[in-house]
Design a protein around this ligand. Structure first.
Ligand code: ADP
Ligand code: MG
Length: 422
């Protein structure tokens, strides 16, 4: 099989690494790829959102399977263009992808089909939004409708802060991602868990779970980021976790998708809050998370490329998925101004030595430049260690992080020191 990974972050490096290692994979290219994907195959200089160019090159290169990495590719309709060109695509078309790209679409879908989720009001104006605050005495999550790269949600306890945010959004600051529609949602308390399911258009099967760390600083301080670390499997969940989420969330989602004639193909990422009343959906994502993919994929056993192709062709084999019992912890190294600024870095060594065998590194947005690597800034690398349990995997990962930080001490890199501690 000839595969194409679309995107250029550490998630796509992990996807291309795992696909290249699959027995059924003959070649794996990436578009636009990065310094890591270049080790596994060719990087095409085509943007992840350019469906027309991607379709043209897929045809010329006889690509059998395309995997959509980032949500921007899905929302740009890249899946639709590639399917029109006859390529099997792992990732939904634009319409089904609205489960991620419109939070209001997703909320209405959940309400229509009895999927447990936070109580919410949809507002179209400042007046309506301020009125909605009256319904939520214990705080709210204010959510922009569209894709906003992690900047479209503000969670506040305090009515005054909520009012100030809304006044900004409907005033000078504008709503992140644009438009005038927002969600005002009850603030939930509990533990956050990411659960993954694969959907071949008809069936949904579970595909592991992870916990991720969104805030920039230790102790969940500082601004929200794209993600600073993750681990899998989550610790301390009830034994019936998977069957409960299946019964309450995945089954109704699947029934809802079929009732609406929507063929959803790819991974469905359920962001859940584990509350006193069980799991409530915070949001759906239509692709693997970054860095969640980096801690999920090393745990998968078997022919991963074949599995993704079977999903893309509408014939997923539930038996094909096996996860090793080992745990993985991932820690992201970012440039020090991240997320408010992204300073480009030049001349990083292409070969990084992190010692340990069960520790690997995935590159973020970057490009190889001879024996060096240039980085566009932001999230630079993810270090991932594996071991028999989360605690040992965490120690192994941080050994790798320290070795890497010493090698890259000339660069101003930062990372969280408490990933997988709590
Ligand atoms: N109803 C809610 N109650 C409490 N926290 C929330 C709620 N909704 C979202 N959050 C927090 O905000 C983060 C971002 O919200 P999410 O809906 O996942 O949007 P996005 O990932 O698109 O920025 C979540 O990971 C969660 O920590
Ligand atoms: Mg989220």
């Amino acid at each position: 099989m000839r595969a194409l990974i679309i995107g250029g972050g550490a998630r796509e490096d992990a996807l291309s690494w795992r696909i290249a290692a699959s027995p059924s994979c003959e070649a794996v290219s990436s578009a636009p790829g990065n310094a890591g994907t270049a080790e596994h195959g060719e990087n095409w200089p085509i943007a992840a959102t350019d469906g027309v160019q991607l379709a043209r090159r897929c045809t010329a290169e006889r690509i059998d399977l395309a995997v959509l990495g980032p949500e921007t590719a899905i929302a740009a309709g890249v899946g639709d263009r590639l399917r029109e060109a006859g390529v099997a695509v792992f990732g939904p078309n634009r319409s089904a992808g609205r489960l991620e790209s419109s939070k209001i679409f997703a909320k209405r879908f959940m309400q229509r089909h009895g999927v447990p989720t936070a109580r919410a009001t949809i507002a179209h104006s400042l007046d309506g939004a301020l009125r909605a605050l009256e319904d939520h005495a214990d705080g709210v999550a204010i959510k922009a409708d569209g894709l906003a790269a992690g900047k479209g949600v503000v969670v506040v306890r305090d009515r005054e802060l909520a009012t100030a945010t809304l006044t900004q959004w409907y005033g000078p600051a504008h709503i992140p991602g644009g438009g005038s529609d927002i969600l005002i949602e009850e603030r939930l308390e509990g533990r956050e868990i990411s659960l993954f399911a694969l959907s071949d258009g008809e069936r949904l099967i579970p595909f592991g779970a992870a916990c991720d760390y969104k805030r920039a600083g230790d102790g969940d301080s500082g601004p929200n980021t794209g993600g600073m670390g993750a681990y899998s499997p989550p610790r301390g969940l009830p034994e019936n976790f998977e069957s409960l989420v299946f019964e309450r969330v995945l089954d109704p989602v699947q029934r809802g998708l079929s009732a609406e004639g929507e063929r959803y193909v790819g991974v469905l990422y359920c962001g859940l809050m584990w509350t006193r009343n069980g799991p409530l959906v915070i949001e759906f994502n239509a692709r693997f998370g970054d860095p969640e993919a980096q801690v999920l994929l090393p745990r998968i056993e078997g022919d991963f490329a074949q599995l993704l192709l079977s999903v893309a062709q509408g014939r997923v084999d539930p038996e094909a998925v096996t996860f090793s019992s080992e745990a993985c912890v991932g820690v992201v190294l970012a440039t020090s101004g991240y997320p408010s600024s992204a300073t480009p870095l030049h001349g990083l060594p292409r070969r990084l030595d992190i010692g340990g065998e069960r520790c690997r590194v995935f590159w973020g947005s970057s490009s190889p430049n001879g024996e060096a690597v240039d980085v566009s800034g932001g999230r630079v690398l993810t270090v991932v260690g594996s071991d028999v349990d989360v605690e040992r995997a965490r120690l192994r990962t941080y050994e790798g992080v320290h070795a890497l930080a010493a090698q890259l001490s000339g660069y101003d890199l930062t990372y969280r020191t408490d990933i997988a501690v709590t």
